[in-house]
Design a protein. Structure first.
Length: 308
């Protein structure tokens, strides 16, 4: 799957991923009203509204982007109907030939880690029939429990030609409380980056590893260090847009081949119609067109900064 993702990035000249992280405050009134009219004031209505919102954004952007990244917590908040909306979103995005990065941030050990991996990336065999649960192409993984938590994911990925992105240096302000701590003089995030490279060297695609890394756009100097530590690792870069990252911060995340990073924007794309930059041009009924315009602007910013 890493080869497909790299192919799509090159074909569309678009090293970006749209984060499908909706909450109800983002859903336009006409979508919410339609869902409530059908399902009442229920969790089913919320889940239906979320799916219809996602579907419209996918329909208007899929030709520009290689991948989407649904954040599962934004669906789990609506209980079982929300999890079903997550699966519907994954399936619909796949029907548009998009690569799916499941932002699930799982991390545990042994059989529990394996169960997470099977649920999101693998398959379950029932009386000889192999069934696929969520079927994302990649999943984000928390490495805090060490190799015991990561290797079960890698084992499932090898069976199913899937991949992972390991949290290395996250974009949130308090990430340094742990990630920047010095261990024998070396920041912890660099030690994790070295481990990601080690895991990845054992599971390579044509040019990049199936074991990727998450490094926030809000820390470009650290991104530059990690790029050198992990030269064949695809870096998933959150923090662009709403969190303050911009195109000029991103060049260091890319290799000399102008590949090696895929930049995420969530709120900046899916809630673009609420942004002053777009709301004069696009009404809430045309929210998906605003999202397309925001993708086009993001692409211009990154292509200019990186020299694509």
């Amino acid at each position: 799957m890493i080869n497909k993702l790299m192919t799509e990035i090159k074909k569309k000249n678009a090293p970006i991923v749209v984060g499908l992280d909706p909450n109800l405050s983002m859903i336009p009134e006409h979508i919410m009203k339609a869902a409530v009219a059908e399902y009442g004031k229920t969790l089913d209505a919320a889940a239906e509204a979320v799916f219809q919102f996602n579907k419209a954004i996918i329909d208007t952007t899929y030709d520009l982007i290689p991948a989407v990244k649904p954040q599962i917590a934004m669906y789990e908040q609506f209980g079982v109907p929300g999890v079903a909306a997550f699966k519907r979103t994954v399936d619909y995005a796949k029907s548009k030939d998009l690569v799916i990065i499941g932002d699930v941030k799982r991390g545990d050990i042994g059989s529990t880690s394996a169960a997470y991996a099977i649920g999101h990336l693998g398959s379950v065999e029932i009386e000889g029939e192999k069934l696929v649960p969520f079927d994302e192409d990649f999943a984000t993984v928390n490495p805090y429990l060490g190799s015991d938590g990561v290797k079960p994911f890698i084992d499932v990925c090898k069976e199913r030609n899937k991949g992972i992105f390991v949290l290395v240096k996250t974009s949130n302000p308090s990430s340094g409380e742990f990630q920047d701590r010095l261990i024998d003089g070396t920041p912890l995030y660099e030690i994790v980056g070295e481990k990601v490279r080690e895991w990845g060297d054992e599971f390579m695609g044509d040019s990049y590893s199936y074991v990727g890394a998450v490094v926030g756009a809000t820390y470009p100097e650290m991104g530059e260090k990690l790029r050198k530590i992990m030269p064949r690792t695809l870096i998933l870069v959150p923090g662009y847009g709403a969190q303050g990252g911009k195109g000029s911060d991103l060049k260091a995340f890319f290799n000399e081949d102008k590949l090696g990073a895929i930049v995420n924007s969530s709120r900046g794309i899916i809630a673009a119609y609420k942004n002053d930059k777009y709301k004069e041009r696009f009404s809430s009924e045309n929210f998906a067109d605003a999202s397309r315009a925001a993708v086009e602007d993001m692409l211009l910013d990154i292509r200019t900064a990186v020299g694509l």
